[in-house]
Ligand binder design. Structure first.
Ligand SMILES: [Zn+2]
Length: 316
């Protein structure tokens, strides 16, 4: 009985995939979803969203009038007030007036926010952070994103970009980062950073069981990394331990700086590779000052891939 539900559409636009989901806003339940490969550029992404929403509505035999709102979490720099993706290099979007375009098309209120903020709201309302008003959500995948909730409020900062945990400098004069700077945590502890280290070693002739899984033109996935660690592969295990060591330095720094009650970790690498999660959290406790080290509670994300769409459907 879909018509008895509080229906909203939640959309998560990431660098590799777009998730479009029909969500019951009251329960946080994902009733149906469509996954599409991310296109590049304002126009292509817009037509993918319009097609996806129409497909979602048709497949469920509902009328667009039954949908209350549309929420979008997107990577990039967002102007929440005007509903614009100002700049998203990985989507090749610039000044994308996504709110007004979709409101014109569907005549529904559209809200937009950052993808990690959406995931944090999802976890806050229905996942690992229910009832908690002091936490940080950190997602580790292709990049590293984070959102901070302090005293029951999402911390946005002056320009709305607070929570850029992945771009904390942990090594001055360090590796080049996608943001243009050097030595950012993301360049050491993201899935793509681990991939870079593995590829570099393979190119030098180091043997690894991960070669059994690698396909030409495809990235090294968290799943491939997990399988290699399970098989006791020396190269992949050492790359994971190194990334966990860097991540633990970042975690210890934020534990000291903002003293969060909970730190919730999610994303492909955390979900797939338990060694990465265990090592990073244990080492973070050893490195942080004793009071925050003893009190911060680590948890894994409950909603996984759906955190973003559930949170976006609940944007207000
Ligand atoms: Zn950076």
């Amino acid at each position: 009985m879909l018509n008895m539900k509080d229906l909203s559409i939640g959309i998560d636009i990431g660098g590799t995939k777009i998730l479009i989901a029909l969500v019951d806003k009251t329960t946080g339940e994902v009733l149906y979803y469509i996954k599409k490969k991310t296109s590049r550029g304002n126009k292509k992404i817009l037509s993918k969203l319009i097609d996806g929403i129409n497909e979602l509505v048709n497949e469920n035999n509902i009328c667009i009038d039954e949908i209350k709102s549309i929420g979008i979490g997107s990577s990039g720099i967002i102007d929440r007030e005007n509903g614009i993706i100002l700049d998203a290099p990985n989507l090749e979007c610039h000044n994308f007036q996504i709110k007004s375009e979709l409101e014109r098309e569907f005549n529904k209120p559209v809200q937009i926010g950052n993808d990690v903020e959406a995931a944090a709201i999802g976890e806050w309302k229905f996942g690992s952070a229910v009832g908690i008003n002091d936490f940080m959500c950190i997602f580790i995948g292709t990049g590293i994103g984070a959102a901070i909730v302090k005293d029951g409020k999402l911390l946005r900062g002056k320009s709305g970009t607070a929570g850029e945990f992945g771009h904390m400098t942990i090594s001055y004069n360090g590796r080049h980062c996608a943001c243009g700077s050097y030595g950012c945590l993301e360049a050491y502890a993201s899935r793509s950073a681990v991939e870079g280290k593995i590829t570099e070693a393979l190119n030098k002739g180091v043997k690894s069981v991960i070669s059994d899984y690698i396909k030409p033109e495809k990235p090294i996935s968290s799943g491939m990394i997990a399988k290699s660690v399970e098989r006791g592969d020396v190269l992949v295990t050492s790359c994971i331990l190194e990334a966990a060591e860097y991540l633990s330095s970042g975690l210890a720094s934020v534990m000291n700086l903002i003293n969060p009650e909970y730190i919730i970790l999610g994303g492909g690498l955390v979900e797939a590779v338990d060694l990465f999660y265990r090592e990073a959290t244990q080492r973070a406790r050893q490195k942080a000052l004793s009071l925050p080290a003893g009190q911060t509670i680590f948890k894994k994300s409950h909603l996984g891939d759906f955190a973003g769409v559930i949170g976006a459907a609940n944007f207000e």
